[in-house]
Design a protein around this ligand. Structure first.
Ligand code: ZN
Ligand code: ZN
Length: 408
C-alpha cells in the first residue's frame, strides 16, 4: 500500500487515510438529540466538536429508513446505484413480499471492501445482525454485530472472543446496551487492532422511545459521548452522521396518527385492487408497530395511477404522492424495486396497511418513528476542521466517508 494511493469507488475518489478514520452512524439521530444533550451538559466531547471540529447538517435518503441509508453511507451513492431501498420489498419476479437484507440485492461494492482489497485494515461493527451481511459484503476484515457477538468466529467475522475483548455481556436486542456494545467494541478495536478505517452503526431503540432532551435520551448521548472521547484520544478522525431522524407520530394526547392506507384503498378503489407495501417492516418491529411515514403501492393492470394518486392525496395527513418515475428521480431510488406509487405522510402521521395487520398493543410509549421527508435532516459532524466545501453542494449523510478522507 502507498500513502499516495487514491481509490475510486462508485465514481467518487477517496485518498488513503493519514490516520485511522472512524465513521459513526447513530441510528435515528435527529439533530435535536445532540443539541439537547450538549445544552444539558452531558456531552462535553460533542460540545468540543462544536468548538474545535465541524458541525454540518445533511439530507439522508428517503425513505428515511435504516438499510437504504446505511448502504448509501458505505457505498457513497444513493439507492438508485446500490439497489437497497427498504428493509422489505415486493419482488415482481416471484410475486412475493421479501426482506431485502440479503447481499444478493446489493448492486455495487462498498468503500469498505475497496479499501480492504487495497490493503487497508477494515472493521465494521453493527448493532443488529440484519445489516451485517450487507455492510460486510465481499469485505476482508472484521465484521460482526453486537446482537450475535457471542457467535463471532475468526473464519466468518475476522475475530472471536468478543465478549471477553469488549468486557460486556451479550446485550439484549431491545436495549440501549446493544448500541453501547458497538461503541465499546469500536474503542477496543481501535486500541488493540488499529484498523485504518472503521464503521460503527447503532440501533434506534432509544430514539423510538425517548424524545430529545428527555432523561432516557440524554443518558444515551452521554454514554456515546464517553466513547467518542476515547476514539478521539486514540487519534481517530471521527465522522458522525445518522441514517435518519425521528419524530413523534402522535396527536396532542399521545395517540398514534395512523393512516391505514390499504383499508382506505380497499374501500375507495376496491378489495384486492391495490397492494400497499411498507418497506419499514422487519423482524424487529416491537418498538414502532411496523409504522413509518413512507409506503409504496402496487396497482392492478386496470388501475389508473393518476386516479389512485388523487384519491390518496385527498387523505388528511398525506404529504406527497409520486408515480414510480417521479419517486425514482426525486429520491434517487431503483425504479424496479418500488411500486407504481410512492406515498409519504406528514411529520406527525404514519402509514399502515390494514388496521388488522398492526398490533399496537406492544406500544407502551407514544409512537415515534421515521420514513418520511420530515426525518430527512440529520447531523454531519467531524472532530476536525474540514477544508472548505463548495456552498452549492447539497450535503448528504453518504458524503461522510468522502469528507472524512478528503476534507478532514
Ligand atoms: Zn434507522
Ligand atoms: Zn427505526
Amino acid at each position: 500500500m502507498s500513502n499516495t494511493q487514491i481509490l475510486s469507488v462508485n465514481g467518487r475518489n477517496y485518498p488513503w487515510m493519514k490516520q485511522p478514520v472512524v465513521v459513526v452512524c447513530v441510528d435515528g439521530c435527529e439533530q435535536e438529540y445532540i443539541n439537547q444533550a450538549i445544552q444539558a451538559g452531558v456531552a462535553p466531547f460533542m460540545k468540543k466538536m462544536v468548538e474545535q471540529g465541524t458541525i454540518l447538517g445533511a439530507d439522508c435518503v428517503v425513505p428515511s429508513f435504516t438499510n437504504p441509508n446505511n448502504l448509501s453511507i458505505v457505498t457513497g451513492v444513493p439507492p438508485s446505484v446500490h439497489g437497497i431501498c427498504g428493509n422489505y420489498f415486493y419482488d415482481l419476479d416471484t410475486k412475493q413480499e421479501v426482506m431485502m437484507n440479503d447481499a444478493k440485492y446489493l448492486r455495487t461494492g462498498t468503500i469498505l471492501a475497496a479499501f480492504a482489497d487495497a490493503g487497508a485494515k477494515v472493521a465494521v461493527v453493527t448493532a443488529k445482525d440484519k445489516l451485517r451481511g450487507l455492510l460486510g459484503h465481499k469485505m476482508r476484515g472484521i465484521c460482526f454485530s453486537a446482537e450475535k457477538a457471542d457467535q463471532a468466529t475468526v473464519e466468518h467475522n475476522g475475530i472471536d472472543n468478543l465478549l471477553e475483548l469488549v468486557g460486556m455481556p451479550l446485550p439484549s436486542v431491545y436495549s440501549a446496551d446493544l448500541s453501547e456494545f458497538v461503541f465499546a467494541a469500536g474503542v477496543k478495536l481501535l486500541a488493540n487492532q488499529r484498523p485504518d478505517i472503521m464503521y460503527l452503526s447503532t440501533t434506534d431503540y432509544i430514539q423510538h422511545k425517548y424524545a430529545p432532551g428527555t432523561p432516557g435520551a440524554n443518558a444515551f448521548y452521554s454514554m456515546m459521548d464517553h466513547y467518542l472521547t476515547q476514539l478521539d484520544t486514540l487519534g481517530a478522525v471521527i465522522g458522525l452522521t445518522a441514517d435518519h431522524g425521528m419524530n413523534a407520530k402522535t396527536d396532542s394526547a399521545g395517540q398514534p396518527n395512523v393512516i391505514y392506507l390499504q383499508d382506505v384503498l380497499d374501500a375507495r378503489v376496491g378489495v384486492e385492487k391495490t397492494r400497499v407495501i411498507l418497506p419499514i417492516t422487519d423482524p424487529y418491529v416491537v418498538h414502532q408497530g411496523a409504522l413509518g411515514s413512507y409506503a409504496t403501492v402496487y396497482l392492478g393492470a386496470e388501475q389508473n395511477a393518476a386516479d389512485v394518486a388523487e384519491q390518496i392525496r385527498a387523505i388528511p395527513g398525506i404529504e406527497l404522492v409520486l408515480t414510480r418515475e417521479q419517486a425514482a428521480q426525486r429520491f434517487e431510488l431503483p425504479s424496479d424495486r418500488i411500486g407504481d406509487l410512492v406515498v409519504v405522510s406528514e411529520r406527525l402521521t404514519v402509514i399502515g396497511t390494514a388496521a388488522s395487520r398492526h398490533d399496537l398493543s406492544e406500544l407502551k410509549l407514544p409512537l415515534r418513528s421515521h420514513g418520511g421527508i420530515s426525518e430527512q435532516r440529520v447531523p454531519l459532524m467531524f472532530n476536525r476542521k474540514l477544508a472548505a466545501i463548495p456552498a452549492d453542494h447539497r450535503l448528504r449523510n453518504f458524503d461522510v466517508f468522502f469528507l472524512a478522507l478528503n476534507n478532514a
